[in-house]
Design a binder for this molecule. Structure first.
Ligand code: NAD
Length: 434
């Protein structure tokens, strides 16, 4: 069974490497030539732990190849995993034009039976559209099936999530498709949930939106804490001790970002509204999340009074730790607001600097990049913590204080203990706690 991966971005590259690691014969293809050239040489275009070593290993074993030729990849594959982007459109809905373009290509190259697997996150009912597109454009009467196999990997631990998933959702509507999918994931028979395709598609959007909702919920509680003597960290701890609630995704802070939660919650809202369902619950979660940046910037203003010409160190640019991905990162909106206020920003992140330079090119003295957290802090009037990399939890705070002009920390992720940092002489602000 030959597997073709269409789109070798974050999900596609990990899927290609992961399926090769399971022993399958995999070819990855992408419309961006650079990604394919790099992957062919064993170079990962994203920062993800263990990805490059497994990429090299499977290239060497001959289990994995990359091709710039989409037509050829389709022609030679029995199963096609569609891993292209499904970004947000202006009205909040998912832009399905990449999936549609790939569906047409599959139709044009349908030389023998193929199983088309939706790996991208797509709105419920997408398989109906893919089916219709392939049926409309195919040139011969070759049969095909569609399956939904949403991806739940988390950036930052993508490879280990893929190699050791907690569940595999398979949406199928034919015996043949079911058998093929079960064979692909033979190793994980005990973790497979088989559903129809609409259900599988909805499980992905429902899961991401629920997690986003949970984050916004604790951030709403954080607002209550700000106005009382309650401590949001302990509220979350107390809630999380209830196994029905669970402790995860109850960290108050700057809110969620990234290429999934913001767009997925909006896409689900839009498709629900289009179907006549009242989606206000999700709209509120989105609103609360968007307001987090304003709440945070107000704290910075409270600390500095005037933003203009203040030297501010910004620690953490990626949307979450352990990744270089800055798509919809809270840092971008914080930086924009401070830039508009005339502050002089020195930015640092362990992995995301190169990506951020494409959004905010170096422009001294307003925007400069530092090689370390300490360099960023040198001479700063305040230090802002935006992404909770472990590197920042382990900073030598005494050293940091000596480097700064004014020892002020505004912590957007509540990573420090207020009492401890204050004891060291810092003026310390965090979210939802005194
Ligand atoms: P990405 O932008 O990193 O990758 C998509 C890739 O598809 C790009 O490299 C692009 O060049 C390629 N592509 C687009 N059109 C193509 C075409 N016609 N032919 C060949 N290649 C084409 O996106 P991603 O983060 O990998 O996400 C892909 C999908 O998976 C999205 O639907 C996303 O919501 C979903 N998803 C993402 C994550 C995540 O953490 N990033 C997790 C689960 C699901």
């Amino acid at each position: 069974m030959k597997i073709g991966i269409i789109g070798t971005g974050y999900v596609g590259l990990v899927t290609a490497v992961g399926l090769a690691e399971f022993g399958h014969l995999v070819t990855g293809t992408d419309s961006e030539v650079d990604k394919i050239e790099k992957a062919s040489q064993g170079i990962s275009h994203i920062y993800e732990s263990d990805l490059e070593s497994l990429l090299k290993k499977n290239l060497k074993k001959g289990k994995l190849t990359f091709s710039q030729d989409l037509d050829k990849t389709i022609l030679s594959s029995d199963v096609l995993f569609v891993c292209v982007n499904t970004p947000q459109r202006e009205d909040g809905s998912a832009d399905m034009s990449f999936v549609e373009a790939v569906s047409r290509k599959i139709a044009e190259n349908l030389n023998h039976y193929k199983l088309v697997v939706e790996k991208s996150t797509v709105p419920v009912r997408t398989s109906m559209w893919i089916n219709r597109t392939i049926s409309l454009y195919k040139k011969s009467d070759v049969p095909f099936d569609i399956a939904s196999n949403p991806e739940f990997l988390r950036e930052g631990s993508a490879v280990s999530d893929f190699l050791n998933p907690d569940r595999i959702i398979i949406g199928v509507e034919s015996k043949k498709a079911r058998e093929i999918m079960l064979k692909i994931y033979e190793k994980f028979k005990d973790r497979v949930l088989i559903t129809n395709i609409d259900t599988a598609e909805l499980i992905k959007h429902a899961s991401n939106s629920f997690l986003a909702l949970k984050i916004s919920y604790i951030n709403l509680m954080s607002e209550m804490c700000e106005r009382t003597d309650a401590d949001v960290g302990l509220v979350a701890k107390g809630m999380g001790l209830d196994p029905r609630i669970g402790a995860q995704f109850l960290r108050a802070g700057l809110g969620y970002g990234g290429s999934c939660f913001p767009k997925d919650i909006r896409a689900l809202t839009k498709i629900g509204e289009d179907m006549g369902v009242n989606m206000n619950l999700l709209m509120e979660a989105d609103r609360i999340n968007l307001e987090r940046i304003g709440v945070f910037v107000e704290k910075v203003k409270k600390a500095l009074w005037i933003l203009k010409d203040k030297k501010i160190a910004i620690l953490g640019l990626s949307f979450k730790p352990e990744t270089d991905d800055i798509r919809e990162a809270p840092s971008i909106r914080v930086i924009k607001e401070l830039q508009e206020g005339g502050s002089l920003l020195r930015l640092y992140d362990p992995e995301a600097i190169e990506n951020m330079k494409a959004v905010f090119p170096e422009d001294p003295p307003q925007i400069t990049y530092a090689q370390s957290a300490y360099e960023a802090a040198k001479g700063a009037n305040a230090l802002l913590l935006i992404t909770e990399w472990d590197e920042f939890r382990n900073l030598d705070l005494k050293k940091l204080k000596n480097l700064m002009d004014n020892p002020i920390i505004v912590d957007g992720r509540n990573i420090f203990e207020p009492e401890e940092v204050r004891k060291l002489g810092f003026e310390y602000y965090s979210l939802g706690r005194k």
